[in-house]
Every structure is written in structure tokens, then in C-alpha cells.
Design a protein around this ligand. Structure first.
Ligand code: ADP
Length: 260
């Protein structure tokens, strides 16, 4: 049973048998835009499932992740987590933005960056406890960054930055993880660390939704897939998604989806 609560004020339990993420007929329009960025997207993710979001640039993958993270308003449709409205359990969502969306010149050490993932649990004005620092150090070890803990984040390679973001999400201890292109332009060590961590999170019953261009990984490491095109769902399931990608983009589809 996943308990969605922490602290004294939040006491909710997952509704028995409810999906970890349930998205029903979602439509999202950016303020000032005359077109829908997401149009009629439905998706159900079970606890313990790893689901890939696939599609070319502009398909709506980031928009979907940001909306489930509560960062963009829903225009119509519904999102529930473990049977509760999204607004009631936003703290149960760990969202990893694309690496390029962040300011890596900000003067902060890797260890302190990872601690910021703990802030929603701390609340305002509470200082991190020894237990919080221990969680940070465990997460850094899990992503193989212990040796670089005191470095400035700007000194890290792209793959190391990705692993730091993953550690930051881990310390949140959320039940739902949303990752935007975590495998884009990273080294082999980072790919393996990300794959191992996602597998172990899924084994703990967490739900993992990942936007990715890496079709080989989708086939090897994901339980389910959703193919988006122009904000609309085109295919569902790993085999169907791969088959439809080939139909839509022809033999070059692998090159196409791998392009930045
Ligand atoms: P993907 O992640 O698949 O590359 P996005 O979710 O970034 O796709 O984009 C989906 C659509 O939403 C695109 O048409 C894009 O131009 C539009 N879009 C993305 N961000 C914004 C924004 N801040 N304002 C207006 N439109 C946006």
C-alpha cells in the first residue's frame, strides 16, 4: 500500500486498485496560444510501471510531463494520482526537467542541489536534519556521484548533471517520477545508472513516466509506451508504438527520433 502522506497535515492513502497516474481526455492550451498543445490524451500508469513517452520534437511530451507535475493548467479533462485529484497529491510527484532548461551556472554544490529536492518535505524555515543529509548522501552514492558531492554543479559533465538531477528526485521519495529526456546526450555510465535506478523504483511500486527519443531503450526497458504526434495520441503499447513510428516516418524513423 502506498501511503501518500508525510508530515502531520497530509494524510491520504492510495485508493485501492487505482492507477498511479490516470489521465483522461486531457487538453492543454498555453496561455495566448490559439492551438492545443495536447488534444485528447488519455493514459493510465499502474504502480510499478515504466512508461515511455515517444514522439518528435513539438509532439507534446514535455507539456504532458509538466501538466502531470502541476506546472501547467489543465484546459479540460482530468488527472488523478492514486485515485486522488492531482492538486491533492502534487507533493508525490518528482519532476526532472530537461537538463537544458536549468541554469547550471548557478553557484551551488552538487550536494546542496540534491538537498533542494528535500525542501517540499522540510517546509519553510525548517533546516535539514541529519536524516535529510543522509538521504542526500545515499542518493549521491546511488547515482555514483559521491566523489563529486562538493563540486559546483557547473563543473559537472552533462551526464553527471543528469545524475545529480536524478539524485535530487530520489530524495523527494515521491510515488510518481516524471523524467524529461534523461537519456539525451549522456554517457554510457549515466545511461546505465538511469536504467538501474528506474528499474529499482518500479520494483518499489513507483510509477515512472519518461519522455525519450531512445527507441532501443523503449523496447528493452519500458513496460508501456505512448506515441504522441501534434499533441494527439497516435499509438499505445511498446510494439504498436514502434510499428506506428515506422509507418509514420518510414525507414528513417530511428534517425528521425534520435535527432536533437
Ligand atoms: P516535445 O516535448 O514533444 O518536444 P512540447 O511539449 O515542448 O513538445 O511542445 C508541444 C507544443 O506546445 C509545441 O507545438 C510547442 O510549440 C508548444 N509549446 C511548448 N511550450 C510552449 C510555450 N511556453 N508557449 C506556447 N507554446 C508552447
Amino acid at each position: 500500500m502506498i501511503v501518500l502522506a508525510y508530515g502531520k497535515r497530509r494524510t491520504a492513502r492510495a485508493v485501492q486498485g487505482a492507477p498511479a497516474i490516470e489521465i483522461v481526455d486531457l487538453r492543454v492550451r498555453y496561455p495566448g496560444s490559439d492551438r492545443l498543445a495536447l488534444d485528447g490524451v488519455s493514459l493510465s500508469v499502474s504502480p510499478g510501471a515504466r512508461v515511455a513517452l515517444v514522439g518528435p520534437n513539438g509532439a507534446g511530451k514535455s507539456t504532458l510531463l509538466k501538466t502531470v507535475a502541476g506546472l501547467l493548467p489543465v484546459s479540460s479533462g482530468h488527472i488523478a494520482l492514486f485515485g486522488h485529484p492531482l492538486e491533492a497529491c502534487r507533493h508525490q510527484v518528482a519532476y526532472l526537467a530537461q537538463r537544458s532548461d536549468l541554469d547550471w551556472g548557478f553557484p551551488i554544490s552538487v550536494r546542496k542541489l540534491v538537498m533542494t529536492g528535500r525542501y517540499p518535505r522540510l517546509g519553510w524555515l525548517r533546516l535539514p536534519s541529519r536524516e535529510d543529509w543522509r538521504a542526500v548522501d545515499e542518493a549521491l552514492a546511488r547515482v555514483q556521484l559521491s566523489d563529486l558531492a562538493e563540486r559546483q554543479i557547473g563543473e559537472l559533465s552533462g551526464g553527471q548533471q543528469q545524475r545529480a538531477l536524478l539524485a535530487r528526485a530520489l530524495v523527494q521519495e515521491a510515488a510518481v517520477l516524471l523524467l524529461d529526456e534523461p537519456l539525451n546526450a549522456v554517457d554510457a555510465t549515466t545511461r546505465q545508472v538511469v536504467a538501474d535506478v528506474l528499474a529499482s523504483l518500479a520494483a518499489q511500486g513507483k510509477a515512472v513516466l519518461v519522455a525519450t527519443h531512445d527507441l532501443d531503450r523503449v523496447q528493452a526497458e519500458f513496460d508501456d509506451a505512448l506515441f504522441l504526434l501534434d499533441g494527439r495520441p497516435i499509438a499505445r503499447g511498446v510494439p504498436d508504438t514502434v510499428r506506428r513510428l515506422e509507418q509514420v516516418f518510414g525507414e528513417d524513423c530511428f534517425n528521425f527520433v534520435h535527432s536533437p
